[in-house]
Design a protein around this ligand. Structure first.
Ligand SMILES: *Cc1c(COP(=O)(O)O)cnc(C)c1O
Length: 382
């Protein structure tokens, strides 16, 4: 029997699990002793693929996992038994039984939620573990900090709830240290207002990737929640981030499908937003917004071909994108074009790529579509 020929990739993401592991080691190394590492792997591990990512993180020193919802929690539970898994988002009524089914830790933001979780605990005959989330100025999940002491007391008094942690979330950690300090102080004052609370027995956390320096201002903090940074993207400018200096985990590639010459004045792509100023050589790439190249990057993004920057001409289309390769005579169909990553002396970072589209690295990572195979580099590099 003839083996099937290996598929030729048209657009793919390369995920370097060795770099992921090294990033985690470096982040841990930059934190004070005894700080627990909550690895945030929501949204399919920021688009990197939940299974492979979590399997590696479990062997690399993560202490707990955090996900957006109970379904993601169930997926992490399937990968490794025994891990603590924290659900960050509010529970939609009806989801509570899944907490017990998959042994997940809920985030609690209201008395109404507490009642729903208590009902599940009653059914299963065992108290449910929860982290209480305090809204200190994000305006999203969490109980408003001025109401938090009351809810904290309510949870501590409940035989059906087991308080395992308390946390808050920063809204401007990367850009506004003054407001971040305000949030931190609101959080600490709230905890201090409940004397029956013993922070030593709890997980107390606030910092995400950008806020990673904040807990160093002492207090009861003993955990961090790290998402983007472990994938090699540092946003913010703290000394700690500079020390960690993470390696990129995600690279994004496509291919040249066609090379052709076009006369000056040709209108390029849908909408005729771009006209060639000179006779040009163009390459048609085999990826578009159907793969995760944002339409917003039309006429703005660049790709690397043979180590040279080639500008995108006109609108990105669903399956194809046109780039200017005038003067690059070596470009041929089949060549690899780097969308994010290094080629020769030059590199395009995820941050640079996201700016072309007027967005943030988080959204780019979540927008790489199902059509794009993730290729895993599994061996740790030396
Ligand atoms: C996503 C998220 C994080 C992780 O944020 P990063 O900036 O990716 O490190 C931490 N905490 C909460 C509540 C989140 O929703």
């Amino acid at each position: 029997m003839t083996p099937p020929s290996s598929p030729v990739l048209r657009c793919w993401a390369e995920i370097d699990l060795g770099a992921l592991e090294r990033n985690l080691t470096r982040i841990r190394g930059a934190l004070p002793e005894g700080i627990r590492y909550v690895s945030v792997v929501k949204a399919d591990a920021y688009g990197h693929g939940l299974y492979q990512t979590v399997a590696r993180l479990m062997r690399s020193g993560a202490d707990l996992f955090a996900v957006a919802n109970v379904h993601e929690g169930a997926a992490v539970r399937e990968i490794g038994p025994g891990w603590k898994i924290l659900v960050l988002g509010p529970l939609v009524p009806g989801e509570e039984p899944l907490l017990a089914e998959h042994d997940l830790v809920a985030t609690l933001s209201s008395a109404e939620e507490a009642e729903r979780i208590e009902a599940v605990a009653e059914t299963s005959g065992r108290p449910r573990p929860v982290h209480l989330k305090i809204d200190t100025g994000m305006g999203r999940a969490g109980v408003w900090y001025e109401r938090a002491p009351e809810l904290l007391r309510r949870v501590l008094a409940s035989p059906r709830l087991r308080l395992e942690g308390a946390y808050t979330h920063f809204s401007v950690a990367e850009s506004d240290p003054v407001f971040t300090a305000t949030q931190r102080n609101r959080f600490l004052d709230t905890l201090a207002a409940v004397p029956e609370l013993n922070p030593a027995g709890l997980l107390i956390h606030a910092d995400n990737s950008a806020g990673l320096e904040t807990f160093a201002a002492a207090g009861p903090f003993n955990a961090v929640r790290v998402g983007l940074l472990q994938f090699g993207v540092a946003e913010g400018s703290t000394a700690l981030l500079a020390r960690v200096n993470p390696e990129p985990v995600f690279r994004f590639f496509t291919r040249v499908g066609l090379v052709k010459e076009l006369p000056a004045g040709t209108g390029i792509s849908y909408g005729r937003t771009r006209f060639l100023e000179r006779a040009s050589r163009v390459a048609i790439l085999t990826a578009g917004y159907g793969d995760g190249l944002p339409l917003a990057a039309s006429n703005r993004a660049e790709v690397l071909l043979h180590g040279q920057r080639c500008p995108v001409l006109g609108r990105v289309t669903m399956d194809q994108t046109i780039v200017d390769v005038t003067g690059l005579d070596a470009v041929r169909p089949g060549d690899t074009a780097t969308l994010v990553g290094t080629d020769g002396e030059d590199a395009i970072s995820l941050v640079e790529f996201s700016r072309w589209a007027g967005t943030i690295p988080y959204e780019i990572l979540c927008s790489v579509t199902k059509r794009v195979p993730r290729i895993y580099r599994t061996a740790p590099e030396v």
